[in-house]
Design a protein around this ligand. Structure first.
Ligand code: DGL
Length: 262
């Protein structure tokens, strides 16, 4: 069995890179639903149905552990997947998200104010506020949506992305930490680090998810034991064009991205 990773577009490839760097021995299947991007500005109903479809697809590719490397899908669909869908559809499969590992990383002992920048759907769900305050009820949380940022990144327009980041950072200058709550944002984390005051700790999911997955597998031998270790990597998208091919090549020059066969 394999590890499946899912995102709305190519942002999740950054998380896949982190997994492969940390644990190259496993088999990975990446699936980016480029046809329906961006999820962040869609209704919860659409996000849920796209996510279910993607998870079904990854199960059909022999994935027994699936990571929704998309904060938007995690916010809207993970609870339903874990509590309702998976127990009846594929009870031996595990589905994990990216929010809880990020929350754990954000809560240093001295942290009292946390900012979250994410898509509109993630902010609307308030998932970060809820999960952070479950652990530390007195924590101040400021969540702001940046709907323009994912399209700029997916279009490889980093000059535009830099301008957008500059427009948002002043709203987080008084925070202890800023969670980049979207898997596309690690691609622009340097802009956040450049324009925010030094005291704001920028939490970028590509820097934490590799170690978190390793730790999860160490604690769950029953899952780890069933995973193949042939270093076989497959990257699939729902719709491929020249532009996506180029973006993927910059992240993984040696692994081709292919369009999924329906
Ligand atoms: N990468 C997704 C996330 O982490 C968002 C991209 C989108 O809007 O589709 O939230």
């Amino acid at each position: 069995m394999k590890i499946g990773i899912f995102d709305s577009g190519l942002g999740g490839l950054v998380i896949t890179r982190a997994f492969i760097n940390e644990m190259p021995e496993y088999d990975y299947v990446y699936y980016g639903d480029t046809q329906n991007l961006p999820y962040g500005e869609k209704t919860s109903g659409s996000i849920l149905s796209y996510t279910l479809e993607a998870v079904r697809f990854l199960i059909a590719q022999d994935c027994s552990l699936i990571i929704t490397a998309c904060n938007t899908a995690t916010s809207i669909a993970l609870r339903y997947l874990q509590q309702r869908f998976i127990p009846s559809y594929a009870p031996s499969v595990k589905v994990l998200g990216v929010v809880i590992p990020t929350v754990e990383e954000a809560l240093l002992p001295a942290t009292s104010k946390v900012g979250v920048i994410a898509t509109s759907a993630t902010v609307r769900s308030q998932i970060y506020r809820i999960e952070l305050q479950k652990i530390r009820p007195e924590l101040y949380v400021r969540e702001i949506a940046a709907p323009e940022l994912v399209p700029a990144i997916e279009n490889n327009n980093f000059a535009e992305a830099e301008k957008i980041v500059r427009n948002y950072v002043s709203r987080f200058a008084d925070m202890d930490s800023l969670i980049l709550g979207c898997t596309h944002y690690p691609l622009v984390k340097n802009f956040f680090r450049e324009y925010l005051p030094r005291h704001v700790r920028v939490i970028s999911q590509d820097e934490l998810m590799g170690a978190k997955l390793r730790d999860y597998l160490r604690r769950h031998q029953e899952i780890d034991g069933g995973l193949e270790r042939r270093s076989d990597y497959q990257f699939l998208v729902s719709s491929l064009n020249h532009h996506y091919q180029k973006v993927a090549e910059t992240l993984f020059p040696d692994i081709p991205v292919r369009e999924r066969i329906r």
